[in-house]
Design a protein around this ligand. Structure first.
Ligand code: 5GP
Ligand code: MN
Length: 342
């Protein structure tokens, strides 16, 4: 069983703080929302309250995790009110984010203007530890949710007994583990299945979660996926690297909503011989890059060197500050350069 030496510090701080704010990264995925809501439900179980704030959106398919009595706030929708909540906090817990740049326009409120103590709980490579009073970081876990479960099991209220954990918290943790492993296809560590098995034992309804997360696409999303695979996928580097570009006109044509392209980047990896895949999506003022790889091919390094980003060895992302029409040539040249140096 994995244990963490600064867990005691975490629970001491949550125990002694009056106003706790939980934060996760821009475009939050299942692990970001899962870890924030799991922490909320656990703190609630132990008699504490917390506010949850994410920078820009809450994905529809995760609405089952959003606490009805205290829903997650979206910073972009009401920055003034969110700034007030953050300014009044005496403890801010940042989850599933490797550093300040991952919360964009929320970053000043959390990292410059606030006097609160800050804790980081994260599983990404190279976390920016500087602005935090406590850093709980482990890259050898599937997800932040898995890491959080280990810390919760070490909390005095639970003391290793999963049956003492409330079901909402257990369900949020399971959601993060399901999404970050892509339904147990990747990022599986020895602890992962053991931990998930504990959640099943606690009564988490995996089938319901699976349906909510993986079988809730809109018809337009499925059509966009078909369009991108048939018309927009390009294979380079002797068929070992695939990339797809998605521009704003296509987003409009397929009534694109935030999160609609989630998972698309994984699809080309199903082709024999493809060991790296990229999705380049036009956004406001930049092109979002999503990268995935198989085996030892390091896309974190690629993201850092060519895409102003980072992440994990097999799943990374970043941003390109150029027109979407220039990205195919830039990406192709970057791949050639990267493979030449490798
Ligand atoms: P996704 O492709 O799902 O958006 O991101 C995959 C992973 O890449 C994330 O879990 C995160 O670790 C990393 N990532 C995505 N976008 C960025 C970014 O703009 N900057 C950094 N440093 N990492 C990113
Ligand atoms: Mn994660």
């Amino acid at each position: 069983m994995r244990t963490y030496k600064n867990t005691e510090q975490l629970w001491n701080l949550t125990g002694s703080s009056e106003r706790i704010v939980l934060v996760a990264h821009t475009n939050p995925d299942g692990d970001a929302i899962g870890s924030v809501s799991a922490m909320y439900y656990f703190l609630k179980q132990t008699g504490r309250n917390a506010a949850m704030i994410v920078p820009n959106a809450f994905p529809d398919f995760l609405s089952c995790l959003n606490p009805a009595d205290s829903p997650v706030s979206i910073y972009r929708n009401d920055p003034q009110e969110c700034n007030r909540i953050i300014a009044e906090a005496d403890l801010i817990i940042c989850m599933d984010m490797s550093g300040p740049s991952r919360i964009d326009e929320m970053s000043d409120a959390v990292f410059q203007d606030s006097k609160a103590k800050r804790i980081l709980i994260d599983h990404h490579l190279n976390p920016v530890a500087g602005p935090f009073d406590v850093v709980i970081s482990d890259t050898e876990v599937s997800s932040t949710c898995e890491l959080l479960l280990s810390m919760i099991l070490q909390a005095p209220d639970i003391a290793g007994d999963i049956d003492k954990l409330n079901l909402d918290c257990a369900t949020s943790i399971a959601a993060g583990m399901l999404t970050d492993t892509n339904n147990f296809a990747n990022s599986i560590f020895p602890s992962t299945l053991e931990r998930f098995s504990m959640l099943l034992k606690r009564g988490v309804d995996r089938d319901a979660l699976y349906n909510a997360i993986f079988c809730s696409y809109s018809a337009s999303r499925m059509k966009l996926m078909g369009h991108l695979l048939s018309e927009k996928m390009t294979l380079i580097q002797d068929g070992s690297v695939a990339f797809i570009t998605l521009d704003k006109a296509e987003k409009d044509r397929y009534s694109y909503c935030t999160g609609d392209s989630e998972g698309f980047v994984n699809l080309p990896l199903k082709i024999r011989g493809v060991c790296m895949s990229a999705l380049l999506t036009e956004d406001d003022g930049f092109v979002k890059v999503s990268l995935r790889s198989k085996g030892t091919l390091d896309v974190n390094l690629f993201a850092r060197q060519y895409c102003n980003g980072g992440g994990h060895r097999n799943a990374s992302g970043g941003r390109l500050y150029m027109d979407i029409s220039e990205t195919a040539a830039y990406f192709t040249a970057s791949i050639e350069d990267y493979f030449k140096k490798a």
